[in-house]
Design a protein around this ligand. Structure first.
Ligand SMILES: [Zn+2]
Length: 75
């Protein structure tokens, strides 16, 4: 079987390989582009969602504390 060297980690892989078994990089350009777009699209969304939800949680906790203080002082 013909082999070539992985352009990313230089390990010997099969010439028809689409994905390197050593470093996990896609050798096939189309697959590589798809994967890059996926990772680019996924990561910022996750960060934004976590930041938003944690900010919302903090806001809700502060709101509950304010309401509780209002109830206690009102009684
Ligand atoms: Zn590799």
């Amino acid at each position: 079987m013909e082999t070539k060297n992985c352009p990313y980690c230089s390990e010997e892989i099969l010439k028809q390989a689409k994905k390197c078994k050593f470093c996990g990089e896609y050798i096939d350009e189309e697959l590589r582009k798809e994967r890059k777009q996926e990772t680019v699209n996924e990561k910022p969304k996750e960060i934004v969602v976590t930041q938003k939800s944690s900010g919302l949680m903090t806001f809700l906790i502060i709101l509950v504390i304010i309401i509780l203080i209002g109830i206690i002082t009102g009684l």
